[in-house]
Write a new protein. Sequence first.
Length: 240
Amino acid sequence: MLTPLLFVYLFKSFKKTVKHWKENESLHLYFWSAFVIIIGFTLVSLTTLVKMNWLLPGFLPLIAIIAVQYYDKLLQPGKWVKTGYTVSIIMVVIGHLVMVVPNIPLGNGNTWSGWEDAAEQIYKIQKEHGGPDSCFIFTNGYKSASLMKFYLPDQQNTYSENIYGKRALQFDYWGIPKTLIGKDALYVRSDRTEYKPDLKEIRKHFDEVTELKVFDYKFMNGKSARKIYCYYAKNYKGPN
């Protein structure tokens, strides 16, 4: 996402700042703001998961350093810089086109396909079972729970793994599962490889869990881009 041109200049500016440390005193704040975040997360990544977007605040001060050190070359570009500009523009255009192509099969990289339609269909199923007062909606991950809430017509509260006793990030504070005891539920999950179905665990918290429907969203070549499963769960017993 940094594009090749910017990525090359990040290394060049980093090296130049260190090499001429005393002459670049006015850039020290930017340097340390970048260094602590980028090097810090790099070290953390050796032992646990680090997502690439977490490093973004570290790249911003480096971009400021580039603007100071190389503005002449960037404003009066030579052959290689012009090529870099062209590649960057192409990459930005492709990045936006990817998001407008329906059901593009990018595996876990596609987070958006299917959810708008599935939320509408699941909302209709919920109304058939008494609506939000009688039947709540939960998922097995914060991403799917967030997408469900965003696309549900009434944007009602949705729940995540906290329904069956697991930590659920922001959804630990979104609602109180104990207030839902005795209600039925719709359990919604997608086929993302990062999330386990957790059906065995979920069945401990309900009298019965049955699969209702599978929504399969396919790319133009017939390849499945996203499957979203909807289960009906009777009589919630609580998170513990």
